[in-house]
Write a new protein. Structure first.
Ligand code: FAD
Ligand code: SIN
Length: 528
């Protein structure tokens, strides 16, 4: 039996900040179906801690937020995209507050914290360190007020349906059934790819699906070498790689090596508040120098009640692993956190394929350049989620074809249909891939490590052409695809810019301000 068919006006793939915000914009224009591959709360959005950067405080200005973002992006930000985000950000945040989002306050005024590479206290936060949950709660509540929006959870998108170079739908695995869902406009909001690395802050859903799906469909993919590694995640036997928010350093926490020495002032004048890539590499240097697997984040000099109240989630999580952050130094180590590159879009979320839009971490608007400024990502999801929704609504008005006339191919076969067992061990390859990517394509790269990554990845090329039997196999294929794009882009950029650091090319290289792009080819090229 072939796939069943469903038709909606708009298909939004992803239920994090970007997907939900886009869906809200589309709700008055037709039927909207939001897909999530797990529960709605399993998204990076739900785990976001530190907050949302927005120029709303009395001491701040939009132009200063603009400058800080551009500076962090190290020459690769698209200025018009940054301008759109910082200028429209305050309006979208006030709108979110009007929908019921509660941010922490000092008296009646919004409270703003500091994070690395910001020159002002401009980070709004919620329940201390659970900002993402609150943003998600407010958006879900708003979504529920629209009868035109429905949701399929545990609906895993396998591929896009392309006809005459237009995107007209997606093939989706729901339980054991495959459905071809047709829509007038399709919005990818599938988040990031942190799970490609064995050390990551990201939840299990972040297997880079949206980037791989769009790449297979022939969309332009850009800036894949730029992976942000967060400096501070918990490093303790048996404990998860739990994020220790940058806001802790913003409130005065310091980094010490295993001998107790504070080291950041030797690396940068801004010490612990230097940009993320600088702090991450300094930590790696100290780990090498001291032959240790971690350094320490130290808040013990801060007032205990303040720490408990300001970071309640982090305090209680660390206590589960017998670390009292008010009394003990916290063992920390960097981890993959965010992908700056992704599906290339213009300022309205349009990709290089007609009918296909992208927003949030899966997209590359150029807002973050080579290194994202802390807490700019939730803001990007809100602003560009809304912008993308607005544009997709117009696109739908233009089109008037009957999508059910189209037929699609897909590479999924059920376990029952499969004539022989899988010729590979998906779980073993997934685990080896994540370790390989961390070691060879991680924080510090060079020709030798990247060439080894390339050879390792090529061994598994056949998996990308094998029919998938289940979600895990499809995810593995996507992870291999995205790993190849990262590795090839990292080999191609012979220079160190932003978060991309090559130990064999420490200077910025020949074309530091150009972007790398893939378009239907596995070989990157330069674009402006
Ligand atoms: P996500 O929120 O990740 O949502 C992706 C959605 O896509 C999910 O619903 C998922 O189910 C769905 N999906 C994925 N693949 C498929 C598929 N194949 N089929 C169907 N559905 C699919 N940023 C900040 O600005 N401030 C912070 O304080 C902050 N803290 C962070 C803390 C942590 C621990 C992490 C991991 C990230 C943090 N970030 C922060 C980054 C930020 O949270 C993310 O970049 C942002 O939330 C991404 O939003 P999104 O909507 O693009 O994707
Ligand atoms: C954090 O709280 O450190 C994460 C902030 C971010 O990734 O923007």
């Amino acid at each position: 039996m072939g796939p069943s068919i469903k038709t909606v006006d708009f298909l939004v793939i992803g239920g994090g900040v970007a997907g939900l915000r886009a869906a809200i914009e589309l709700a008055s224009k037709g039927s909207v179906l939001v897909l999530t591959k797990d529960t709605i709360s399993e998204s990076s959005t739900g785990y976001a801690q530190g907050g949302i950067a927005v120029a709303l405080s009395d001491e701040d200005e939009v132009c200063i937020h603009f400058e800080d973002t551009i500076k962090a992006g190290d020459g690769l930000c698209r200025e018009d995209a940054v301008r759109a985000m910082v200028e429209e950000g305050p309006g979208y945040i006030l709108e979110l507050i009007s929908w019921g989002a509660e941010f922490d306050r000092e008296g009646s005024k919004l409270a703003f914290t500091m994070e690395a590479a910001h020159t002002r206290r401009r980070i709004l936060h919620s329940h201390g360190d659970s900002t993402g949950k609150e943003v998600e709660r407010a958006l879900i509540k708003k979504v529920r007020t629209y009868p035109s929006i429905s949701r399929y959870d545990f609906a895993f998108t396998l591929d896009l349906i392309i006809r005459d170079n237009k995107c007209i739908g997606a093939t989706v695995l729901r339980g054991d059934s495959v459905i071809n869902i047709f829509a007038r406009a399709i919005i990818l909001a599938t988040g990031g790819a942190g799970q490609l690395f064995s050390r990551t802050t990201n939840p299990m859903i972040t297997t880079g699906d949206g980037i791989a799906i769009a790449y297979r469909a022939g969309a332009q993919i850009v800036d894949m070498e730029f992976i942000q590694f967060h400096p501070t995640t918990l490093y303790s036997r048996g404990a998860p790689q739990f994020l220790l928010s940058e806001a802790m350093r913003g409130e005065g926490a310091v980094l010490r090596n295993i001998h107790g020495k504070r080291f950041m002032p030797e690396y940068h004048e801004k010490a612990e508040l230097a940009s993320r890539d600088t702090v991450t590499r300094a930590i790696v240097s100290e780990m090498v120098l001291t032959k240790a697997k971690h350094v320490y984040l130290d808040l013990t000099h801060l007032e205990k009640d303040f720490v408990k109240k300001r970071f309640p989630q982090i305090y209680s999580t660390c206590l589960q692993y017998d670390i009292d952050i008010t009394e003990d130094k916290i063992p920390v180590c960097p981890a993959a956190h965010y992908i700056m590159g992704g599906v290339s879009t213009n300022l309205h979320g349009e990709t290089s394929i007609e009918g296909l839009f992208a927003a949030g971490e899966v997209a590359c608007t150029g807002v973050h350049g080579a290194n994202r400024l802390a807490s700019n990502s939730l803001l990007e999801g809100l602003v560009f989620g809304a912008r993308t929704g607005k544009k997709a609504a117009c696109y739908m008005n233009k089109e008037n074809t009957d999508p059910t006339l189209y037929k699609s191919d897909n590479k999924f076969i059920t376990e029952r249909e499969a004539s022989s067992p899988a010729s590979f061990d998906a779980e073993k390859i997934r685990s080896s891939l994540r370790q390989m990517m961390w070691k060879k394509t991680g924080i510090i790269r060079c020709e030798k490590s990247l060439t080894a990554a390339r050879s390792w990845l090529r061994k598994w090329d056949f998996i990308m052409n094998t029919p998938f039997r289940n979600r895990r196999e499809s995810e593995l294929s996507n992870m291999l695809t995205v790993s190849q794009l990262i590795t090839e882009a990292a080999l191609f950029r012979k220079g160190s810019v932003g978060a991309h650091y090559r130990s064999d090319f420490k200077s910025r290289g020949d074309q530091p301000e150009r972007h790398t792009a893939f378009e239907g080819s596995s070989v990157p090229e330069w674009i402006d």
